[in-house]
Design a binder for this molecule. Structure first.
Ligand SMILES: *Cc1c(COP(=O)(O)O)cnc(C)c1O
Length: 385
């Protein structure tokens, strides 16, 4: 059957591929432990679930939700920004609820990117930035994230002719997959660069709340001038163990929010109302559940770092996210090592090069697996090298 040219440029989704591999091993009777996908195993906190249950019983909530999200949900997001970062956002013009931030990240290119124009994309990165670019027939310019630069892109290395033709710059800190964080100074430099070159910054802050050792992550929107040049994506997925619920948002520049809203209202019908009510509950009630999750991830992070040290892989403790980005042992490529670990131990880790060519030489270990299974996986890996 005929397939559009642009689909042929789209690689199979990384985690869909990993899922297939796991399935195959499991069918062969192997006890697979997946450290491949960042997907919290702890349940969504009960007060959030209870709010959904209550809302779902009301037939008014079975109808089409409003396209731009419930006004109360947008207000709850604005209130959260105010309490958490001390910033003011207009809930009607500067906030757009999303069916998970992945959806908005993919659609932002439809809203902002002309055919043939450039997006500036970190390498390695969450694969969806490039997906949007491919589907809208834009061109990607990859910005290497190197260890010697603390996994921050070197803005000065972006060629002038590409900066001129760029319309979107994606940034993601705390970073998936490297676990790196960005200083406010770095973000300020990006805001300057974007202003000078008329580029929209799309800042992905999915891990803003998953931080350790006293580190508190900034919002892109607290940087002066940021609202003139960009938006921030955030999501309840990682913060409240709600990946399956599909609820997030974009916030910031009103013209970008308007453009993204125009795309979405023509394509989808918004988030199921009971999920939005649950989202309001999550944002407005006690945030203690986040501290509990951060303690859990911090403990697992330390388990991973210590186990890797025992096999002579030295990694600095990441201050945020649910990932450890570790160099592979000498003599292996990323793929070879990930394959070796899977074949020898039944443990899934993702090969760094799957996130972009500069990820070569690394693997990503996700901390979203119960402690005893993580311990077992680490023991198996130790034994195999
Ligand atoms: C998990 C993740 C998201 C969040 O995706 P949702 O669609 O909101 O579940 C966004 N960006 C990055 C980098 C992520 O790792």
């Amino acid at each position: 059957m005929f397939q559009a040219e642009r689909i042929r440029h789209l690689p199979p989704y990384l985690f869909a591929q990993i899922d297939k591999k796991i399935e195959k091993k499991k069918n062969a009777g192997i006890d697979v432990i997946s450290l491949g996908i960042g997907d919290p195993v702890e349940p969504t906190p009960p007060h959030i679930i209870n709010r959904l249950i209550e809302a779902v019983k009301d037939p008014i909530n079975h109808q089409y939700p409003s396209y731009y999200g419930l006004a109360e949900f947008r207000k709850a997001i604005a209130g959260w920004y105010n309490r958490r970062f001390g910033i003011q956002l207009d809930p009607d013009k500067e906030i757009l609820p999303l069916i998970g931030s992945k959806e908005g990240i993919a659609h932002i290119s439809v809203a902002l990117l002309d055919c043939g124009a450039y997006t500036l994309i970190p390498d390695p990165a969450y694969p969806v930035y490039d997906t949007g670019t491919i589907l809208t027939e834009g061109k990607a310019h990859f910005m290497p994230l190197l260890k010697e630069n603390d996994f921050l892109p070197d803005i000065g290395k972006i060629p002038g002719n590409i900066a001129k033709k760029a319309q979107i710059m994606f940034l993601n800190y705390p970073n998936n997959p490297t676990g790196a964080i960005a200083s406010e100074d770095f973000i300020r430099d990006c805001v300057d660069f974007a202003g000078k070159n008329d580029i929209a910054i799309c800042f992905d802050n999915a891990y803003s709340e998953i931080t350790f050792d006293g580190y508190i992550a900034p919002s892109f929107l607290q940087i002066p001038g940021s609202k003139e040049v960009g938006i921030e994506f955030n999501s309840l997925s990682k913060t409240y163990n709600m990946t399956g619920w599909r609820i997030g948002w974009a916030a910031g520049n009103s013209e970008i929010i308007d453009a993204l809203g125009r795309v979405k209202t023509n394509i989808d019908s918004g988030i199921f109302n009971p999920i939005q009510y649950a989202g309001i509950e999550a944002l407005n009630s006690s945030q203690d559940c986040i501290d509990e999750m951060c303690d859990i991830y911090c403990r697992r992070r330390n388990m991973v770092i210590d186990a890797l040290a025992e096999i002579n892989i030295r990694v600095e403790k990441p201050k945020a996210t649910i990932y450890v980005w570790a160099p592979v042992p000498g003599g292996y490529t990323s793929s070879e090592f990930a394959t070796h670990v899977l074949e020898e131990t039944g443990v899934v880790v993702s090969p760094g090069n799957a996130y972009g060519p500069s990820g070569e030489g690394y693997i990503r270990i996700a901390l979203s697996v119960k402690d005893d299974r993580l311990r077992e996986a680490l023991d198996r890996i130790k034994e195999s090298v």
